[in-house]
Design a protein around this ligand. Structure first.
Ligand code: HEM
Ligand code: NAG
Ligand code: NAG
Ligand code: NAG
Ligand code: NAG
Ligand code: NAG
Ligand code: NAG
Ligand code: NAG
Ligand code: NAG
Ligand code: NAG
Ligand code: NAG
Ligand code: NAG
Ligand code: NAG
Length: 515
């Protein structure tokens, strides 16, 4: 199921995607905004664009920079008191020598630039997703994705391990972060298969000033070269063979169990499996008062099907009284299909899907209480009903909602002056006495911390749209870049809120005009 826009009267645009999948989506219950959004970001979001193919940047790679920042951000965790972890506190820790390296700022700018930070999906979730895309982009294993991290608003403790510290200090750092000495060896090997050490950042580790960055192994890929080159004693890893013995931290760590763990990681299958599960734990290391979603391992927004061009998919719905309306009024076949383009995660899982869009007209008086789908393969088999596990896709209130047909993105020009804003149009039960909208806009700052803006604006009666049935139209000008809305209406005896309306899941008309 694709992000189902809350629901839209007059023209309902509901989308249903069917794909050929390994597993079923059976356990997913709609609505679940966080899981739905996390699934969409993993399988259709923009983050893989900068990770696909393990692209180079400044003598390292973008994925190497993304993986390192995830570890450094997580490093504030203290298993003894449950504080710290992957919480984006790194945004407030960049001036520390532990976090030296232009990759840190570059990565945070990459993450903010995707503009996917949302009311329930913060920078910490994007850092985790970035690490997953980084590993996959360089040919490494899939790491299951859980979402729901909470962004810190201040720095955590300075607990990132540094190369000049001794083995006992490193073992204690990893214990504090929740990992055993054996897991420490593997985690460092899994991390140091990407990237390397920059001379300007660590001049005592990489002493030759002609070297910009000394890589940990000879391949940019996520592979076992870091292990095999170490064991063959051919490695150029500066944290193993650098001229200064004090900063040979990888050597001390890798050899700390007589090389037993490194020997086991020579097997590519074991390297894949070990790195995937340790990275999953690393990314899911969060303060103990934070709850993450169950891990996402498949695109459950989509229904399980074999490809079938003669398939028909029908949208059905019940009116506000819960009655199934006459077939002429309450069903709508999809008459077109769209390909779903998956991220590198979907590609590595060999998933394919087709999207079936609907454009249904819903009676504004009788309204809608829930909808569901019927899938007919037209091959003699029984049609299948997809109804959210029996409950249907329930629309819990129809008193206030965004009218996505009338809402417009406006670009107004007057000579060199231009103004961009969104003309939001809301339909509401005209019995209300007041209405407001809280708009969420991801940060457009050039530097961290990237904190979103939440502005609350009163809605005005919209003179350009006359009332329709029991509904009146209200409007407000909001930020062009707003992505999520909370609508609130009040009447004498109640307050109704429509939370987290996702403007990124709908196509709004663009209007170019003069000021
Ligand atoms: C004792 C533990 C560790 C020490 C002392 C250490 C040290 C370092 C140092 C000195 C650099 C060079 C950074 C720069 O030049 O800017 C580096 C890079 C890196 N580290 Fe670690 N590290 C440790 C553990 C880890 C772990 C557990 C990971 C797992 C994700 C990791 C991932 C990376 C990556 C991917 C890079 C390359 C960054 C790039 O090329 O831009 N490190 N590490
Ligand atoms: C490399 O780093 C410099 C700043 O040190 C930056 O201006 C440049 O754009 C970077 N190159 C790439 C490809 O990111
Ligand atoms: C590893 O190589 C270094 C030089 O590259 C050499 O000094 C050392 O003896 C070698 N160690 C082993 C165990 O072969
Ligand atoms: C080796 O590294 C340590 C820690 O960074 C530093 O204190 C020491 O001066 C370095 N030794 C040499 C010879 O550069
Ligand atoms: C572990 O392997 C390294 C690299 O080959 C070697 O220098 C070291 O002596 C080995 N340590 C043990 C205890 O075998
Ligand atoms: C490791 O994972 C990658 C990515 O899924 C895959 O291409 C590779 O074949 C795997 N290697 C082994 C030995 O499982
Ligand atoms: C996390 O889950 C536990 C157990 O279900 C619950 O008691 C707690 O309130 C939840 N915490 C948050 C912040 O949602
Ligand atoms: C689908 O239906 C809409 C309106 O019902 C129509 O405008 C459109 O042309 C149809 N598309 C196809 C591919 O038949
Ligand atoms: C939906 O159908 C209506 C007419 O029934 C048409 O005006 C509108 O353009 C269609 N919208 C889309 C997105 O196809
Ligand atoms: C819309 O629903 C109302 C109430 O059920 C009904 O009276 C009216 O005829 C319907 N309008 C259309 C165009 O079907
Ligand atoms: C929105 O902005 C336009 C253009 O500046 C203005 O004409 C209109 O009155 C504004 N609407 C509201 C509700 O503020
Ligand atoms: C939020 O409101 C302030 C004050 O009205 C305004 O200056 C600012 O541009 C708004 N920002 C966004 C992102 O809506
Ligand atoms: C609010 O109160 C009015 C009058 O008492 C009543 O008719 C109406 O049904 C109430 N609405 C809600 C949503 O409770």
């Amino acid at each position: 199921m694709k992000p189902l826009p809350q629901f839209l009267f007059a023209q309902a645009f509901i989308v249903c995607a069917l794909g050929r999948l390994v597993q079923s989506f059976s356990t997913f219950q709609w609505p679940n905004p966080l899981l739905n959004y996390a699934d969409r970001q993993l399988y259709e979001g923009p983050v893989d664009i900068l990770a696909e193919g393990c692209p180079p940047r400044n003598d390292s790679t973008i994925p190497a920079q993304w993986l390192r920042i995830a570890y450094h951000d997580m490093s504030t965790h203290n298993v003894d008191d449950g504080t710290g972890g992957l919480d984006a506190s790194i945004q407030y820790e960049l001036d520390r020598s532990q976090n030296v390296g232009e990759g840190m700022l570059a990565s945070l700018n990459d993450f903010n630039g995707f503009q996917i930070i949302s009311p329930f999906f913060g920078m910490a979730d994007v850092i985790a997703l970035g690490a997953i895309m980084a590993v996959a982009g360089c040919g490494g294993p899939f790491i299951p994705f859980s979402a729901g991290r909470v962004d810190a608003t201040e720095a955590g403790p300075p607990t990132v391990p540094e190369p000049q510290q001794d083995l006992a200090s490193h073992a204690e750092s990893f214990r504090r972060q929740g990992f055993t000495p054996t897991e420490m060896i593997a985690l460092v090997a899994c991390g140091h298969t990407l990237g390397g050490v920059r001379q300007v950042d660590f001049p005592l580790v990489v002493t030759d000033s002609a070297t910009v960055l000394q890589t940990f192994d000879t391949t940019p890929a996520f592979d076992t070269a870091v292990v095999s080159e170490y064991l063959q004693n051919t490695t150029q890893n500066p944290l193993v063979v650098g001229p200064n013995v004090t900063t040979r931290s990888d050597f001390r760590i890798f050899s700390s169990d007589g090389n037993a763990t490194m020997q086991s990681l020579l097997s590519p299958a074991n390297f894949n499996q070990t790195c995937s599960s340790l990275f999953e734990r690393m990314l899911n290391t969060v303060p103990s008062n934070v709850n993450l979603t169950d891990p996402i391992t498949e695109p459950f927004e989509y229904l399980v099907m074999n490809d079938n061009p003669s398939r028909t998919v029908t949208l059905l719905w019940a009116d506000r009284q819960g009655l199934f309306c006459p077939p002429s009024g309450c069903s709508q076949p999809s008459n077109s299909t769209e390909n779903v383009f998956f991220t590198i995660i979907g590609q590595m899982q060999e998933v394919t899907a087709t999207r079936y869009p609907f454009n249904a007209t819903i009676n504004a008086t009788s309204s809608i209480s829930k909808f569901w789908f019927e899938i007919n393969e037209n091959d003699g088999s029984e049609p299948i009903t997809v109804d959210n596990g029996g409950a249907g896709f329930v629309i819990d209130q129809d008193s206030v909602f965004v009218d996505v047909v009338r809402t417009e993105r406006i670009v107004a020009h007057s000579g060199p002056v231009s103004e961009e804003f969104m003309k939001l149009v809301v339909r509401e039960n005209s019995a209300s006495s007041g209405a407001s909208v809280a708009s969420f806009t991801p940060s457009l700052n050039a530097n961290p911390p990237f904190t979103p803006t939440i502005n609350t604006t009163d809605l005005q009666l919209d003179a350009s749209n006359p009332p329709d049935g029991k509904f009146a139209f209200f409007t407000a000008n909001i930020s062009f870049s707003a992505t999520f809305l909370d609508l609130t209406i009040s009447s004498a005896n109640s307050t109704i809120t429509q939370k987290n309306f996702d403007l990124t899941a709908v196509n709004l008309p663009f209007i170019f005009t003069s000021l």
